[in-house]
Design a protein around this ligand. Sequence first.
Ligand code: GLU
Length: 298
Amino acid sequence: MTFTTRFAPSPTGPLHLGHAFSAMLAHDMATRAGGRFLLRIEDLDADRSKPEWEATILDDLRWLGLDWPEPVMRQSERTESYWQALDRLAELGLTYPCSCSRGDIRRALAAPQEGADPVAGPDGLVYPGTCRGRPLHDAGPEDAVRLDMAAALATLGSLPEWDETGEAPGRRRLDPEWMVSGVGDVVLARRGGGIAYHLAVVVDDAAQGVTHVVRGADLAEATAIHVLLQTLLGLPRPTYHHHRLIRDAEGRRLAKRDDARAIGLYRGEGATPADLRAMVDLPASGSGIDNGAAPVLP
Ligand code: GLU
């Protein structure tokens, strides 16, 4: 398989320095390996995704010196593939409809354990299981679809493993106890029929032949969900590279709302792509190697 990385921005705001670092690193790693760098527009959230943001992001990425094959994959055009994957999980008997609102979930979690903080995992609060066991034919448009985590784990012959090459490299193995107590029954489709990120990302990484997923360390925990879904769906397993996060001088992660770090503003002030590489401590050569320092941003 050709060494293939991808950058998968959500067009819900400007490209900021943290995204630029992720994209440049994925691009550099592919170039160094003589492989491919792909782009995927993660516009599943129809309300927040805007064509203007997509245009700005693509323009900033080109300005940074990155290139990628066209046409670019766009999640909003891939609904059919996601529903096929969801149907497959339903055929395996691993999904159920869920009508609980966030408030319902919070109340159900608070009841038996007064005072204790409910556990939040990579898919949010661990679902208390209120709707588990509801038959799928009972599902209405106001229902979400969840994965029955314990049932899914029970179908596994051996525990899936994967390689991590980023900040904390090593071989990882799925931890079934944590999957039940710390992750729970993840949402696969939202109320109203929108597909959830965790399902879309595994379907898309497989469809694009991604061999190396390069992304921020904030998504490292979610990888266990992705590996489980790949195993259930018979999809190939990439290697994962979760890189350091770019933080501001107070140590906070950059977020889309931190427009002060938007690449467009640095461009407007006359910064060059080389300046931005230096700011995030990436070698100018595009060697695909992360210096690994944690620079303090001006
Ligand atoms: N679209 C996600 C984001 O913008 C990236 C998800 C991924 O790289 O798997 O945070």
